[in-house]
Ligand binder design. Structure first.
Ligand code: GLN
Length: 200
């Protein structure tokens, strides 16, 4: 099994470490590989889209011919975990809390509405405790960094975890999105859950 991490910008190294920890925990025979080029995307069994700046990541992916390939592969069932900026990349409806709708290169396959920079200046980053029992974990601290909010889901997108009025973890078949950073948490449960989707 090969798990790819889109590695242009953002927290891809942290995701690689967290994925390796989850692989060890589950005693899987799997490799973690960085993905920047189409040839690298071609050989993975699942792909992680890290947090960072969704505009930058989208532009890089488009320039290198990876964005359209991601759309094709994910719509044909390639498992994907999009965290924070990655969750933005996956959403069908994207706007920004400050500037409203603005076009940016996206994958746009998930039945979700997401608002970038939702939590505003004063709470740009915050830590909170979430209960991961819906995916087989326990409670753990997670961090939100200039995080978006998933304000709406429809169709086959299902909420797995919420915070206040918003959804912070959503799954639609092979697609998993979190608005927090599971790669910066002491629990590996989100990565373990993602590995279980790849294994299926
Ligand atoms: N604010 C970033 C964006 O809009 C996302 C922040 C993050 O990934 N930590 O792309």
């Amino acid at each position: 099994m090969k798990v790819g991490i889109l590695a242009y910008q953002g927290s891809f190294e942290e995701h690689a470490l967290q994925t390796k920890l989850a692989i060890d925990k589950l005693h899987l025979n799997a490799d973690v590989v960085p993905v920047k080029k189409p040839s690298e995307l071609n050989v993975v069994d699942g792909i992680i889209l890290p947090g960072g700046e969704s505009t930058t990541i989208g532009i890089m992916a488009q320039k290198l011919g990876v964005l359209d390939m991601l759309k094709d592969k994910i719509s044909s069932g390639l498992p994907v975990l999009g965290t924070c900026a990655g969750a933005i990349m996956l959403a069908k409806e994207v706007s920004d809390a400050k500037v409203g709708k603005k076009s940016q290169p996206l994958i746009g396959l998930m039945d979700t509405t997401i608002i970038r920079n939702y939590y505003g200046r004063q709470r740009e980053s915050f830590e909170t405790t979430l209960d991961f029992s819906t995916i087989g974990g326990s409670t753990a601290k997670v961090v939100f960094i200039r995080a978006p909010a998933i304000t709406k889901t429809w169709g086959k997108a299902k909420e797995l975890l919420s915070l206040g009025d918003n959804k912070v973890m959503v799954q639609e078949d092979n697609m998993l999105a979190t608005t927090f950073h599971p790669e910066l948490s002491s629990t590996t449960i989100v990565h373990e859950y993602f590995l279980s989707i790849i294994k299926k």
